[in-house]
Each structure stands twice: as C-alpha cells, then as structure tokens.
Design a binder for this molecule. Sequence first.
Ligand code: ATP
Ligand code: MG
Length: 578
Amino acid sequence: MVQLNKEGQKLSKTGVSSNFIRTIIEQDIKSDKHNGRVLTRFPPEPNGYLHIGHAKSICLNFTVAAENGGLCNLRFDDTNPEKESQEFVDSIKQNIKWLGFQWNGEVRYSSNYFGHLYELALQLIKNNKAFVCSLSAEQSRDYRGTLTEPGQNSPDRGRSLEENHALFTRMRNGEFADGEYTLRAKIDMNSPNINMRDPILYRIRHVSHHQTGNEWCIYPTYDYTHCISDAIENVTHSLCTLEFEDHRPLYEWILGSLELVSLQAISDLGESELTRSLPKQTEFSKLKLNYTMMGKRNLKVMVEDGVVAGWDDPRMPTLSGMRRRGYTAASIRNFCESVGVSRSESVVDVSMLEHAVREDLDRNSPRVMCVLNPIKVTIKNIEQGEVEELSLLNHPKDESMGRRNVPFTRELYIDRSDFEETPPEGFKRLALGKEVRLRGAYVVKCEEIIKGNEGEIQELICVADKDTLGKRPEGRKVKGVIHWVSLVYGQPITVRLYDRLFTVENPESKDIEDYKHVLNLESLEVIENCIIEPSALNDSESCRFQFEREGYFILDEIDSSDGGVVYNRTITLRDSRA
Ligand code: ATP
Ligand code: MG
C-alpha cells in the first residue's frame, strides 16, 4: 500500500520524510536499473539473538521493498558453523514475524549455495584469480602489511593453475588439517585497502554445520559468500552497515571476476536482465543507544556470565527480551522510523525508545489498579460483607475500551507510600485527619493509625464521605487521588520492576576494562504479594495493562503458572530522569 503526498511522492506508512536509501531506490526505479524491480534481504548470522539494532535493519529492508512493490528475503548468513545454532535460527525467524514482517518465499541460507560457491571458486582458480596459500594465520598477518605499509605477496601466489585446482579439490576432500591451507583471491597486496590484499575466500574447518551437517570441511568467508548469495537471489539493493564500506570494492571485485554466464545459470533471471542487475551494496550507520550494550558478542558474554537470566531477560536489548518486557512491535517499528537512516554515526538517547513505547501503551492499555506495597485500610462506615460494584472506565480517554466492575469493600489496601504519618508541606495523599479520594470511589478521611509492637503501621482506620461518589465533596477541596484494591477480592501477584542494565552512557567503551564494573546492581526489583483488582486476572483478552500510577505492565507468560502470576513493568508512566 503506497501513500502519496501532495506532490505525488511516495510516503512511508507513517508519512515520514525520505532518506538517502529511499532516494537511491526511487532513482533506480526511474532509470530502470533493475528493470524496476526492488528486492532486498535481511542477512543475520545465526550466532545470537536479534537486538534492537537489527530491528533498524529489518524495518529498513522490509519497508523500502514494500513501499516500492518489492520483497525482502530472509537469508541466514551461516558461514561460521562453530558459533551458530538452530536455536538462534528459530529465534530470529520468530522475532521477524513478531515485528510484523513476512519474508519472500522460503527462508534462505548461504549454506544452500555452498555447492555453487565451490564451483565458482574453481572457476576463479581457472581464471587465475584465486590461489591456494599455505601461510599460517600468523604468517598471513605479517605478510598483510599495515594501514601505512603495503603487504607482501604470499610465496604461493605463483602456483600453477593445475596445482591450485588439485590442492583446492584436496582441501574439499578433507585431506588437510584445519588451517593448513586457505584459498585466497589474487588481487593486490599493495592496495591501500587491506580488504583487497589477497583476502581469504575459503578456510578449512573440520566441524559440522547446523544446516549441512558433515558435508563440508571447507567453509567460504563472509566476503566471498555474501555478494554471490545476493547475486544468486537477484537482490537489487544490498543494504548493510557502515563497517562494510571498505569491503564494497571486494564485493564488486568478486562479482566482476566471475563469469556472468555462470552466475546467470544459477540465478533465476534471464541473461540480459542479470547484466543490468548485479546487486549493489549501500551502507548506512548502525543504531547505537546509550546505556545499552548492543553487540551480539557482548550480549552473549552477559548470558554466559549469568548476569542476566538469558537472551530473553526483559532487561536485554534483544527483541525477545523487549517483547517479554512488554515492548510492542508497533512501538519498535515507530522508533526505528523516527531515528531515521543516514550515514552519520550518532548515539540515540534510550529515552527516545522509551517514549515510543509509552506513546503506544498509553493509547492502547486498559487501566487497572494494583497496590505494590499494601497497607490495610478499614472504612468504618461500610458494613462487613457489604460489596459495592463500582463501574470504572477502562481508559479515561477512550470510552470504546469499555468499563469494568471494581468491588469496593470495608477492608481495602492502599500503597504504603500514599500515607504519611508526618506529611511534608503540600502532601496531597493520605495523612491522619486528612482526606484523599480513592480512585473511582469515595473521599475518605483517616481517623486512626493502628500500630504493631515495633511501632510499625499495621492498619489505617478511615471514614468515607458517602456523598462523594462521582461528586465533589461539599464545601472543601480534595486534591489527591490514590489507587486501592479490595482486601477481600484483590489477588496476590508478583511484580518485577526493571531499570537500565548499565550505569554509564557507553558500556561498550574501550576505556571500560570489565563491563561488570558498570552494571547497575539495582536493575531488577522483585516485589511479591502485590494486590491486583480481580478484573485483571479475569480478563483473558489482555495481558498488558497500565497499573494506575505505577506504569505499564505485561504478564510474564514464561514465569507465570497456575501457582502464581508475574507481571513485568515495561516502563514507568513518566520519564522521571528528564
Ligand atoms: P553485532 O555487531 O551486534 O554482532 P552483526 O552485524 O554481527 O551484529 P549480523 O547478524 O551480521 O549481526 O547482522 C545482520 C544485519 O543487521 C546486518 O546487515 C547488519 O549490518 C545489521 N545490523 C547489525 N547491528 C546493527 C545495528 N546496530 N544497527 C543497524 N543494523 C545493524
Ligand atoms: Mg556479525
């Protein structure tokens, strides 16, 4: 569905302005570069869970394709079997669907193309564009040179075509140990771009692969695999992040060095079209968020160290964690659209993400009352056993969300922090001899404090002004409104409150020796025996609520059981840091 603005220009669904990638695609369509086609791909490596940074790339790839009548492939970039697993494949597929996107056709894997990649490597050898090298990893580093010094040719660079062919075949047949040989492109050891200094195309790894099992003992490198996979799939726009900018010449060298006819033979498009349609790589800047560790490698360490409960811990910036925390897919999509796409590196304030979810939840969450730190209140002019069913709006600004009944009884709970024995100046909630309104119910006045042996407050005795239901009290103003839950009908739940995982803006900074030094030790607070109004647990439709005055919460499906209900706080109602 493409919307047009007044000038007839395409707008994204949210109607936001264009970005440089949208502009490139529009121009390519105008100039008929890819015969008007747009095909993008999202190429995760299944070596961890997706994080909010990946969401930016997913939203970009799927949205720009859809806006132009195109499609987006999901391709697992699975060339490092040791670090990858089926668990990660499954979580990634699920996350993308949850975000609201559907990939084109079947899920693809770079490993689907291992056979083609191998044949094409033999072709590079035949055309004197690749050679088998016996330098060890350490020697290769010495030969590679530095940013300021050129590299040196490998002593194996002059090997004959026949010898290269024979050795590469033997590599594939498992005749050599890991690291004994590599296949390298023959480009230029003097290139100012280190990526062009005869980069490795294949390495020997005697490991089994989550998709291909033990079929292969040589695995192609990312650089060799990615561009060819794009070409095989007829991708038009290969969008990636800026760290690949220096790899672009290699991407183009590899595709340019292969015989077009053989690429055509394995891709779906006809001859003339492919000539015009070689995929083009375009880079944009990564999403960075302050107070957030983002790299998969770092997140993995946190999981392995046990500082979080897993990849889907609600404090993690993973999509699985954020989902469990209560982030909605729409709020993440809106956030990604609002941060925009450019080539400049910047750090986004995590409060922008929090704003996006607040905005969505405020509009869409029904309200209920839940007392996190209960203290008992007895309303002495209500009879024991008397129940008044009060009808409350589920959303103060949206009547279409309906109403619910909330039982009002003689014994109630309010939050401990809503009562002060010695109230400071201007305190608007409950105090001895003072009045407050119970949300949706009566104005009550505290007449007596009952204390235990240790002097702790155990109960408050109040009296209700029965003439205040839906009415202002006669002759006086009562400003404070607090939430409450019936002691008889309220249900106990466990609530988990979350805070940022890190105490510093840039936990990934090189200056930080050990991330554990900058962990926020108070990022999780668990409160048991909170009391929630009964309607929340009876409502099977909704597992997401605003708990009045406390924030937005979501039922934790994983940790809730018949024996107990756990709610995670997604976010507080307001940004108290601002
Ligand atoms: P990480 O650095 O977190 O390990 P990665 O880049 O190694 O991530 P991949 O699975 O290789 O993860 O990435 C899949 C796609 O997501 C790539 O196109 C990559 O450029 C993109 N991507 C990864 N991180 C970000 C980010 N922070 N912002 C935007 N796109 C990202
Ligand atoms: Mg990676």
